[in-house]
Design a protein around this ligand. Structure first.
Ligand code: HEC
Length: 134
């Protein structure tokens, strides 16, 4: 079953509605498919996005600047130095299970690193990558 992101967000705003990373990636993927028919999430593209250095922020050039080279590792905030739990769901923290939280951090971090919001396609790829990361 495909659940649109907007619907997940609505549910998440009225109650705590937990989803799986797979469901969330699928919701972003079906949103992306409305723009580019046949879109499939790609862990390889997600890995590229994770490691790519953008020329927007000196302190936060890439996702890996705070989340380290591997999403299974504990991260460290590039500005505040605070510890950040690993992004990979298999590393234990409750990741990609709260649609509102995920949207909030995608918006904040993509804006800081890329200088714009991430697309639904980029979010689907990113979740595919961190979910497969070992
Ligand atoms: C300046 C440091 C920093 C950078 C750079 C950064 N993040 Fe994060 N990220 C955080 C912090 C802090 C949190 C929230 C704390 C937590 O959830 O452990 C977070 C959480 C997230 C979450 C929430 C996941 C969940 O379900 O809990 C996502 C998604 C995310 N980041 C994606 C990204 C992406 C994509 C990039 C690159 C475009 C990126 N981050 C770059 C600091 C950063």
């Amino acid at each position: 079953m495909k659940i649109p992101v907007a619907l997940m967000l609505l549910a998440a705003s009225t109650a705590t509605w937990a989803v799986t990373p797979g469901q969330l990636a699928e919701a972003y993927a079906s949103e992306a498919a409305t723009q580019s028919p046949g879109f499939r999430p790609s862990a390889r593209r997600g890995a590229e996005l994770y490691a790519r250095r953008f020329a927007v922020s000196d302190k936060m050039p890439a996702c890996s600047a705070c989340h380290t080279d591997s999403p299974v590792q504990e991260g460290r905030h590039a500005v505040t130095g605070k510890a950040i739990k690993p992004l990979a769901p298999r590393a234990g923290a409750a990741r990609f299970s709260d649609p509102a939280k995920v949207e909030k951090w995608f918006r904040r971090n993509c804006t800081e690193v890329l200088g714009r919001e991430c697309s639904a396609a980029e979010k689907a790829d990113f979740i595919a990558f961190v979910s497969e990361a070992k």
